[in-house]
Write a protein that binds this ligand. Sequence first.
Ligand code: PLP
Length: 375
Amino acid sequence: MQFRDLKKQYRMLKEDIDSAMLNVVEASNFISGQQVNELEKELAEYVGVKHCITCGNGTDALSMMMMAWNIKEGDAVFVPDFTFFASAEIVAFEGATPVFYDVDMDTFNADVESLEKAILAVKKEGKLVPKAIIAVDLFGQPSDYDRLEEIAKKYDLLLLEDGAQGFGGQIGTRRACSFGDAATTSFFPAKPLGCYGDGGAIFTNDDQIAEYLKSIRVHGKGSFKYDNVRIGWNSRLDTIQAAILLVKLKAFKEFELKAVNNFADNYTVLLKDIVKTPVVAENMYSSWAQYTIQLASKEERNGLQDYLKEQGIPSMVYYPKAMHEQIAFSGNKKYVECPNTKRLCDIVLALPIHPYMENEYIKVSEAIKEYLSSH
Ligand SMILES: *Cc1c(COP(=O)(O)O)cnc(C)c1O
């Protein structure tokens, strides 16, 4: 059994993907080919924002927004304690300080009260300048942007949506990657919309920021490539990845998103009485980057994971360590306690899910039932 079956997805889309890749090779327009523009246009339209700027990966996308907002030493950027390392790493990389806030036990996303406490603690201490909030759409579900946008406004902070796992999600009719002042996503192969290597994108309605991002992704270019008006770097999406993404975006819109939601619903029906299943908040739609259950204890979680492995069922622990517990951040001050994150790290388990599943979810659910009824 595959955790996320990319080989099967390729087999299903092979004809179109092969011809898209070969077209790029034949035209040999490997960098900045017209497929990149086409993809940016389609992505912006789908998400419902004015500009999409593709780049080398989801981490670069976040970093480029830190650069665009001139986040620097002495600034505080608020980051969830329960996320992938990159969400916080890019803050420290600019010399600024990531300040961690706790997450909600049901949605795994921002606990807005904890965030507000962290903002007040930083303000009260008076050492760092609060600049921005990063919210993460963990496991595919958007964060609560109605409340996050309010908090950002109240404290005059910029709001960045890290939608690396959230592409395809919705709040009401608004799509993920359209919230806050800017949003980023990742096309890492296992993300909801993945390419065949590294890739990422930034979404914004701000014309000036969009121009700035297009400049810094190609060495701070001005009117042309050898006119350099600022210090930038090299972070472009390859044409071949854009060509693949155009094919995959079509499948994503036409059936993958529906299919993965169907499998998530099926899991929930089979598992809701025996474990804590993921909660999709009212008015929210998830793109199910992960289907994450919660067990009663660390021992139970680890025991179940071992048992599933014996049955040939892969599962993953996202994430085993809180950001504030990472050695890389061991020098960082704790502004608020994050008990929910600490607990989640011990009890979460992500199960196999992807749009090309068949009946595997039944085998997985039965194995979980067997293990829990005998322990
Ligand atoms: C994957 C991920 C990233 C980084 O994306 P890459 O394309 O791997 O650089 C950032 N934030 C979150 C929440 C992620 O899951």
